[in-house]
Design a protein around this ligand. Structure first.
Ligand code: URA
Length: 213
């Protein structure tokens, strides 16, 4: 997907006010039934320029296979399109101080900065079903109070959040179907969710087969 330059350029310029680097475009079929929305690219994605090509991408591919989906049937993007990085002081093997820049979750202001891009993509892709990968995507799309643990594996239907004037979120005109599930990387931190995560993607397969959305 190409974005209007007047939309993208000011956002990329403002990345400099935050600890955000690079830019990864959405990827996949531009007229799919399903749109996957993740959190933000990591180090690998900034290098490849393709969403979910690192460690969490391998997990995502496993779950897509459970639902009988391939990447060319879906569109994948994220709520923030640049890599949020932290700063961690370390000592290397020679005893020299170095600063590492690990991946981190996007902050509220960073999500707000990139919000017009996600709104634009949703308006172009017109997905029949949005899969929200993880709490950040869920909160950005529906409600800050919602959690993945309470809402995963069921289709939610209603108006989603979009950026309005004054940089405040407003309800979209159109209603959408959203299927919240765990972010693929969640499994690295919490193995206990493995069964729930797989069940979600099995449910998604049923939902897609029955077209109950
Ligand atoms: N997490 C995301 O949300 N997107 C990526 O592209 C990689 C990891």
């Amino acid at each position: 997907m190409t974005y209007p330059r007047e939309l993208i350029d000011p956002i990329i310029a403002k990345n400099a006010d935050f600890d955000l680097e690079g830019f990864v475009f959405g990827n996949g079929d531009f007229t799919p039934d399903i749109m996957l929305i993740g959190e933000a690219p990591g180090e690998v994605e900034i290098r490849t320029g393709i969403p979910f090509t690192g460690r969490s991408g391998k997990e995502l591919d496993k779950t897509l296979a459970i639902a009988g989906l391939t990447r060319d049937q879906i569109y994948i993007t994220s709520i923030v399109r640049s890599r949020p990085f932290g700063r961690k002081m370390m000592i290397d093997k020679t005893g020299k101080k170095i600063v590492k820049r690990p991946n981190r979750m996007p902050k509220t202001q960073e999500i707000l900065l990139h919000a017009p891009l996600l709104d634009y993509e949703i308006s172009q892709v017109k997905p029949k079903l949005i899969v929200a990968l993880g709490g950040c995507a869920l909160k950005r799309l529906i409600d800050n109070k919602m959690t993945i643990s309470e809402s995963h594996g069921r289709v939610w239907h209603g108006k989603i959040k979009q950026i309005g004037s004054n940089s405040k979120y407003v309800a979209s005109e159109q209603e959408y179907h959203v299927f919240p599930t765990f972010h693929p990387a969640a499994i690295f931190y919490n193995r206990k969710i493995a069964t729930d995560l797989m069940t979600d993607w099995e449910k998604l397969k049923e939902i897609l087969a029955k077209k109950t959305f």
